[in-house]
Design a protein around this ligand. Structure first.
Ligand code: GLA
Length: 729
């Protein structure tokens, strides 16, 4: 039984993959955390329940000094009764106070896992996942919190969330709600997280957890480029292949906060959830509020294994799309080829080349609607720019389809330009605060997605476009962050709900579209990878990783992203050189090898390719078809670290789950003249098997490749790259 409750010791034991999590109901009714780590058979964890009398650690009513909330590790940090750590929830009651005292009320354990209304969540069949719902109750306020823990049988992963129920006769305000709170006994940890910015998303940073509260957060309305809703706590000696790592991701696309803090006794509390700086929820009598879900992953063998667990859970238990296990079409996107300057003739000429080269889909990016010829107008006017695309979308799509290509289209549903019919008709549909104007970002305003009529309107207009032509893919962009987050139809006492209601509205629009067009492939995007989070993966199985398409920069961006997100979700394209973001020139072959690590495509003007480049495109297309199953479904091993200044060659390896084949990519960002000779040890192969190298026919034992390694070629220029395919014989 993955989840058990021992009636005598009152201990809950949760087993997930090779991890175990345990807590107990204390005699006073609180819940004490006992253990999270590698799998343990026994459930005799009671000895870990440590009480101690400490100065300046007050005892809550009904407890003794040795049971102070300041001292005991907890599952749910309660507020105002001596737990000086970050509380799991803050509930402001009618009397103005926010003290709460949540204690055990009941629990239920059941097979499977319920979905979360209106929110993304992992799922699993009854024989794959089991759930514990633990009800905690605060008698004085008559508020209940139900903590949910779902354990995955095959993976060391536990999904957690919390839901509040107001049983009282008065309205209360939830001022904070963490999706999960995790207490660790005294130990040292490194914190690993993914800070970044536009065009340099998700750079891995690793720092010792300081003796000061650390907050990783977004207040930008979207999960953002700046931080990712993820952190890991790692043993100081943990490395790619060794050491304990605890990874935590939030399945949410708006403002979040992760709080990590050592207390004065070196206990560490880590939380993740909605960001209390920008959140509040008025909970009326009998109302329920559901937090977003957090996913906890345990690894006893380093970051590589943590990443693979995240990848597997996201691929098998979060992404729902029709495209989940299907090979995604190789696309060519016209953005960097034409920007706003295109017409039907130009698009068809790109499509014609694409068809000849084996590319499978044309994506028409920004500028096809309203009267948009630059980024100053027309967002919100989702009808075709007739004078630019003379025959309309229907005719263009038919012609593209006739060439054998699918057709995809760019939208930025959540935004509106002042210069648009939509804004003229509904000026109050944008987020704004009366009397304060509205800040512009990229010359645009943000629609108030918290308003149902706005979401309904967008559903209607976008459906109209999708019904009018055979559009099989949409790129869903969001090119600015939120400001003046006020909603014209929301009462003053609920304005602090708008950030969260915005995200719920944005999710609802995705859901409506997917229900109506179940085969639609949605690629998420926000100025590149500004909303690359697990929440979006529930709706969009792929996300444009970064507007920085430079192959050398992508080595870092894709490595940071791969810490938790699978390669099957990473939009990666071959783009033009000199690169539009870095002005660097990288060999065409290298750009192809780097883009093969994601959902493959092109972001350049195919009409301008010379014969050599056209030949390479054909080879890259063939390579994608040949190897993509390894990238999408295989196990990723990051053999060298692009963030380490000592790394000379960046090497990734994908191994088929049955170890029958492996793909190895090597990229040398900068040449070292007269440089050293390297080899790199592979991982995850069948030691006893013999593998043959495609092309040369050389044979190696799996053991040899893992112990002695594969030779790195004698690269002789900046940005040189090579690809190796090994097959078990
Ligand atoms: C964002 C996207 C780009 C492109 C432009 C269009 O920046 O990330 O790929 O779609 O918008 O305006």
């Amino acid at each position: 039984m993955p989840i058990s409750f021992n009636e005598t010791s009152r201990i809950f034991k949760l087993d997930a993959g090779n991890s175990t999590y345990a807590f107990l109901i204390e005699p006073n009714g609180y819940i004490a955390h006992l253990y999270y780590g590698g799998h343990v058979d026994s459930d005799a964890f009671a000895y870990l329940y440590r009480k101690r009398d400490r100065a300046f650690s007050p005892a809550a009513p009904g407890t003794t000094n040795v049971e102070s909330r300041d001292v005991i590790l907890q599952e749910f940090g309660t507020n105002g009764v001596g737990d000086y750590h970050a509380p799991s929830a803050i509930v402001r009651q009618g009397n103005g106070h926010n003290v709460t005292n949540f204690k055990y009320r009941s629990h239920r354990i059941f097979k499977g896992k319920p979905s979360l209304p209106g929110l993304p969540a992992t799922f699993g069949k009854d024989d794959e996942v089991e759930t514990l719902e633990l009800s905690l109750y605060d008698e004085a306020s008559d508020i209940e919190f139900i903590l949910s823990y779902s354990t995955f049988d095959r993976y060391s992963a536990i999904a957690r969330s919390a839901r509040a129920v107001n049983h009282s006769l008065e309205t209360v305000r939830i001022e904070k709600l963490a999706s999960m709170s995790l207490d660790f006994p005294s130990d040292n940890f490194d914190l690993v997280h993914l800070p970044g910015a536009w065009a340099r998303e998700r750079a891995v940073e690793r720092i010792p957890v300081p003796r000061a509260r650390t907050v990783i957060e977004s207040v930008r309305g979207l999960s953002s480029h700046q931080h990712n809703p993820f952190f890991a706590l790692a043993a100081p000696h943990a490395a790619e292949e060794a050491g304990e790592v605890f990874g935590v991701a939030l399945l949410y696309s708006g403002n979040f906060a992760a709080e990590i803090e050592f207390d004065q006794f070196d206990h560490l509390r880590a939380q993740i959830g909605l960001n209390a700086r920008t959140f509040e929820w008025k909970l009326e009598p009998d109302a329920v509020f559901q937090s977003p879900e957090a996913l906890l992953v345990y690894s006893d063998s380093g970051f590589d294994a943590m990443s693979r667990t995240f990848h597997n859970v996201f691929r098998n238990h979060l992404i729902r799309s029709y495209w989940k296990d299907r090979e995604r079409p190789i696309l060519v996107n016209n953005w960097e080829a034409t920007y706003f300057d295109f017409n039907e003739e130009k698009l068809l000429s790109i499509a014609k080349d694409a068809a000849e080269l084996g590319i499978e889909m044309l994506v028409l990016d920004d500028g096809w609607f309203g009267h948009r010829n630059d980024d100053h107008s027309s967002l919100g006017d989702w009808f075709v720019f007739e004078s630019k695309l003379k025959g309309g979308l229907g005719s263009l799509v038919k012609k593209v389809n006739a060439l054998g290509l699918k057709f995809g289209l760019w939208f930025e549903p959540e935004m509106v330009s002042r210069d648009s019919e939509l804004f003229t008709a509904h000026p109050d549909w944008c987020l704004h605060v009366p009397g304060r104007g509205a800040s512009e970002g990229r010359n645009q305003l943000v629609l108030d997605m918290s308003r149902p009529e706005v979401v309904d309107y967008l559903f209607k207009t976008i459906s109209g476009v999708l019904d009018g032509a055979n559009i099989e893919y949409i790129k869903w962009d969001a090119n600015r962050h939120l400001t003046e987050v006020g909603s014209a139809t929301t009462s003053p006492d609920r304005q602090k709900e708008v950030f969260h209601r915005y995200v719920l509205g944005m999710y609802r629009l995705h859901e409506l579209l997917l229900q109506r067009y179940p085969k639609l492939l949605i690629e998420g995007c926000s100025g590149g990878g500004g909303r690359f989070d697990a929440g979006m993966l529930y709706y969009a199985p792929q996300i444009w990783t970064s507007d920085d398409s430079d192959a050398i920069e992508r080595l870092k961006i894709q490595a940071g992203t791969s810490l938790l997100y699978p390669c099957s979700a990473m939009g990666a394209h071959v783009s033009d050189c000199p690169n539009h973001q870095t002005h660097r020139t990288t060999p065409f072959e290298t750009r192809g090898i780097v883009a093969l690590s994601g959902t493959f495509g092109y972001e350049l003007d195919l009409n301008k390719m010379n014969d050599g480049e056209r030949r390479m495109i054909r080879e890259q297309v063939a390579a994608y078809h040949q190897y993509h199953h390894l990238v999408a479904d295989g196990e990723l091993h990051r053999l060298t670290d692009p963030f380490d200044p000592k790394t000379v060659v960046v090497v990734w390896e994908y191994v088929a789950c049955d170890k029958s084949e492996a793909l190895v990519t090597m990229v040398q960002p900068r040449n070292i003249p007269n440089g050293p000779v390297y080899r790199v040890r592979l991982r995850g192969l069948d030691a006893k098997a013999t593998y043959e190298l495609e092309g040369s026919g050389e044979r190696f034992s799996g053991e040899m490749l893992m112990k002695a390694g594969l030779n790195v070629p004698d690269f002789d220029c900046d940005g040189a790259a090579a690809l190796f395919h090994l097959k078990r014989i």
